[in-house]
Design a protein around this ligand. Structure first.
Ligand SMILES: *Cc1c(COP(=O)(O)O)cnc(C)c1O
Length: 356
């Protein structure tokens, strides 16, 4: 049965899987809601958006995404509060960033409105899949990939844009033990680090595994040329705080422009902190840690929101930061963001999109 809603063809499932969900053990990214958005691109144009039951998509083993890596993604969340209101946080930022990624990977841009409206229709249809417990949400995964059945390195002429979603529980909460990476590189100058391109993550797995085998939770990535300046923390942006100053590496072509980063910096400014976005050297942070002046360090990203860092290892030296309390900036910012995203706080920057 196909219904049409705001220019979107909707084919609903007759066989919802929602009663099979183990809501007490959602974890992250392993349960998928009933439906998905699919939009095809060919002959230089996006076709009519559709929503169909979530499931396998048949394609040839020769599609160029698999061989030459034209594949990009996004990640954002929908939240439900006790009043059953549903909000999505700053989705137009993700739509704009998808297009930044698409441009860098020689893929077609998708109109921001198509992104937001198809996402809205999907979240409305699968609203029963949004859990509303503490730390819970519906993780939304838009992505685009090249589907030309063709062997040869050139931009594909056909693409698919797909959105699926996953009810998720609280992300990891332990304070992180991280190591400053001085051999491997996540993203090079002039490369694709500012794009959410699938290959970036494949390339980060091996160095991350080495760090994990050595007992660390995550890597603090440094610049590709000198390994002297901070870039990111794992797959999150990294933020430091010393007294009233919040420090974070300024955006560049090797740093992903995180929506959480931008939001946390604004919340910091709103709370009266001084925010510095600039090059931040390893030497500067190590000196602050030696003097006991680094109050907090944390990763910021949609999946975890804020992941406090407990210790930073540089070479053979491990610096342990004090355990973070609810009065420290990271926890204050995390609480603030959580309430805001659930529609329970004033939204002076108009970040929330109400869906239901
Ligand atoms: C997605 C991502 C982030 C965080 O971006 P958000 O929009 O805050 O989720 C940071 N760094 C990398 C490398 C990422 O892929």
């Amino acid at each position: 049965m196909i219904a049409t809603h705001a220019g979107i063809d909707i084919r609903k499932t007759n066989d919802s899987r929602i009663h099979e969900v183990d809501w007490a053990n959602l974890g992250f990214g392993k349960t998928f809601s009933d439906h998905m958005v699919v939009i095809e691109y060919s002959d230089g144009a996006w076709k009519r958006p559709s929503i169909a039951p979530y499931g396998p998509i048949p394609f040839s083993p020769a599609i160029s995404a698999l061989h030459y890596g034209q594949a990009i993604f996004e990640g954002l969340k929908a939240y439900k509060n006790e009043r059953n209101e549903v909000y999505v946080f700053r989705p137009e930022k993700n739509a704009e960033r998808l297009n930044v990624s698409a441009t860098r990977m020689c893929m077609p841009n998708l109109p921001v409105e198509t992104f937001v409206e198809s996402l809205r229709a999907l979240v409305q249809l699968d609203a029963d899949w949004i859990p509303r417990g503490e730390g819970e949400s519906l993780y939304i995964r838009p992505h685009m990939f090249a589907v030309d059945e063709f062997v040869g390195v050139r931009p594909s002429e056909t693409y698919m844009f797909v959105i699926f979603s996953c009810p998720v529980g609280k992300y990891y909460t332990n304070e992180l033990r991280v190591r400053i990476e001085d051999k491997y590189t996540r993203a090079v100058k002039g490369g694709t680090g500012h794009a959410k391109a699938a290959g970036n993550y494949g390339a980060s797995l091996f160095p991350t595994q080495i760090a994990k085998d050595a007992g660390f939770d995550q890597i603090l990535w440094t610049d590709s040329q000198e390994h002297a300046y901070f870039e990111e923390s794992g797959t999150m942006n990294v933020v430091f705080q010393s007294g009233n100053t919040i420090l974070t590496p300024m955006l560049s072509d090797s740093i992903l422009n995180g929506v959480t980063r931008d939001s946390v910096l604004q919340i910091g400014r709103d709370m009266g902190y001084t925010v510095e976005e600039r090059k931040i050297s390893v030497a500067e942070i190590v000196a602050l840690m030696r003097e006991g002046k680094l109050d907090t360090a944390f990763g910021v990203g949609t999946a975890a929101t804020i992941a406090p860092i407990r210790s930073i290892t540089y070479g053979t030296e491990e610096f342990t930061l004090k355990s973070q309390t609810p009065e420290d900036f990271p926890m204050k910012a995390a609480d603030h963001l959580d309430l805001l995203k659930r529609g329970l706080l004033d939204d002076p920057h108009h970040w929330n999109l109400r869906i239901l």
